[in-house]
Design a protein around this ligand. Structure first.
Ligand code: SAH
Length: 524
């Protein structure tokens, strides 16, 4: 058992500066402690190379300040197409001063850096400046790129047969330093793996210096670009030929250079490139609030995901109609829900009426599919009816055995849904209330996302409204080469009407079914 103190050290304290490592780029490699501090800090001073979404958990009222260093540099928060203040650069002295100032003002301060703060992160200098100013600080280590990018490239930095030691080396020294601090003789003779940070620009010179000092020119060497991030690339050559290969492949920063026999292990250990959707760019068109599950699943399978939300959910639970339905929820013999959003919003409406799941009483509850059923489950309600196919017609079919004549039924759904279900219930003698819990409105996709979508291999559609809105929003910038993946026949039909050719249609009309269909297509 882990004790509380081991898993949680508590919120960021006032007047304290936390030097926090954000890891190498994959948001999943941020530490629990880093996330906890980001979520509680008053102010966050962040660098260029922090993972996409790293600041998403920050308090809405926290100050987020970019203090990247490279002159003329572009912050890459949310890389490849996130926000960021462009073209600014802040000197180290100024950063130190601002940390001190914020802490003195009694604020809790997170200084967020890529990788580990004490590995080529100038965290040492910041700590010294803080100590000198009498400011209390703590250090939160991060997963450093030298270890992480190598691991994602299938290169173990140590290995029982190949390397008993590993050295982290800077490939680009402080240009203001009068003489080199690197001892090339020592590095050439180092009995283990050499990992160069900031080593792309001077790769040719550094390789030559190593070879001149006696390192084997035929030793395997690799460059890992954008390690652990989407689009990671690895180039393998020898110490003598790596610079040429890097030039040819157009490898750019951030990249890591690994020199040593362990690079040869990549042949057996590469795993990233073996994932089923590796190298495939997939567009997700769901509303942002719901996209994350699908996007995460696809990323986990190796896909490069472009989120191009075509719609946004506008709740309507304040409406008279919804309030009335929520207030008399106990009177319905049948309650039909047609989406997880509907479930979420119905319960919000109930809560506003001072009610909860108990108000459902003895009603028969029908869910259009397993996602909706799962959402109900989260509120303690097991759906009585879930059809085998997740379309309104199938739900009507599944409700055949429920006696409806003379009873009240509620259909809680989106504003713009089809009337198949309420019509069928009416026909069978039920008194049907239809309430619109939300409407889906067009979202204008960002220019960067549209640009990234142009090279997509797949565009996924999970509803007719995403098809209509995205095709209208993109016009002739719809990625024509991409294969269109549809969640089911209704969505496919709408896609056809919009002039799209559906390449793949899910057999199971839910997110898992859509992913399965995409995987099968990609494996062709
Ligand atoms: N403190 C950071 C290193 C900062 S120095 C850490 O511990 O990882 C910046 C250099 O780190 C880059 O020039 C590059 O060589 C390396 N680097 C950082 N992130 C990287 C990544 N995702 N992939 C490859 N190299 C990376």
């Amino acid at each position: 058992m882990q004790s509380e103190t081991h898993t949680q050290a508590g919120a960021a304290r006032a007047g304290v500066v936390y030097l926090v490592g954000a890891g190498p780029g994959d948001p999943g490699l941020m530490t629990a402690r880093a996330l906890e501090l980001i979520a509680s800090a008053d102010a966050i001073f962040y660098d260029r190379l922090i993972p996409p979404g790293a600041l998403d958990g920050a308090r809405p009222d926290a100050d987020l300040v970019y203090v990247g260093k490279t002159p003329g540099d572009v912050p890459q928060v949310g890389y490849p197409y996130g926000p960021g203040k462009r073209g600014t650069s802040v000197g180290q002295g100024e950063t130190n001063g601002r940390l001190v100032e914020a802490a003195r003002a009694g604020r809790s301060v997170v200084r967020l850096k890529g990788g580990d703060p004490f590995v080529f992160g100038r965290g040492g200098e910041e700590g010294e400046a803080l100590r000198e100013a009498g400011i209390e600080f703590e250090v939160v280590p991060g997963v450093t790129a030298g270890v992480a990018a190598s691991a994602y490239a299938g290169i173990p930095v140590t290995h029982r047969d190949d390397a008993s030691a590993v050295a982290f080396v800077t490939g680009h020294e402080d240009p203001e330093k009068p003489e080199t601090a690197l001892d090339w003789d020592a590095l050439a003779g180092f009995p283990g793996t050499l990992v160069f940070y900031m080593g792309v620009k001077r790769l040719a010179d550094n390789a030559k210096a190593l070879i001149d000092a006696g390192r084997d020119p035929d030793q395997p060497a690799a460059a890992v670009e954008r390690g652990t991030m989407e689009g990671q690339r690895t180039v393998v050559a020898t110490l003598a030929t790596l610079a040429e290969a890097v030039e040819r492949e157009g490898i750019g920063a951030p990249a890591l250079i690994v020199v040593g026999d362990v690079v040869g292990r990549r042949e057996a250990l590469a795993w990233l490139e073996r994932r089923p959707l590796h190298g495939r760019r997939v567009v997700v068109t769901r509303a942002r609030a719901q996209a994350s599950g699908l996007a995460a699943t696809l990323r986990g399978l190796g896909a490069e995901v472009v989120e191009l939300p075509a719609i946004r959910i506008e709740p309507r639970i304040g409406s008279e109609e919804v309030r009335r339905a929520a207030g008399r929820i106990g009177e319905y013999a049948l309650i039909c829900l047609t989406s997880p959003n509907g479930v979420r919003l119905l319960f919000e409406a109930l809560a506003e009426a001072g009610l909860d799941a108990r108000a459902f009483g003895g009603a028969t509850v029908a869910a259009i599919g397993p996602g909706t059923a799962r959402a109900l489950e989260e509120h303690g309600i097991t759906a009585d009816v879930v059809p085998e196919k997740f379309v309104a017609e199938a739900l009507v079919e599944a409700l055949q055995r429920v006696e409806l004549a003379g009873s009240r039924a509620l259909v809680a759904r989106a504003a713009e849904a089809r009337d198949v279900l309420p019509d069928a219930l009416n026909e069978r003698g039920a008194e049907v209330d239809v309430v619109a819990l939300y409407e889906t409105v067009r979202e204008t996709p960002s220019e960067d996302a549209v640009e990234a979508a142009q090279a997509a291999d797949y565009v996924t559609f999970t509803s007719s409204s995403t098809v209509r809105n995205l095709t209208e929003a993109l016009g002739d910038r719809f990625p024509g080469e991409a294969r269109v993946v549809s969640i089911g026949p209704i969505t496919s039909e709408t896609a056809g009407e919009a002039g799209l050719e559906v390449a793949v249609e899910a057999e199971r009309h839910d997110i898992d079914g859509l992913v399965a269909a995409l995987l099968a297509d990609a494996a062709r």
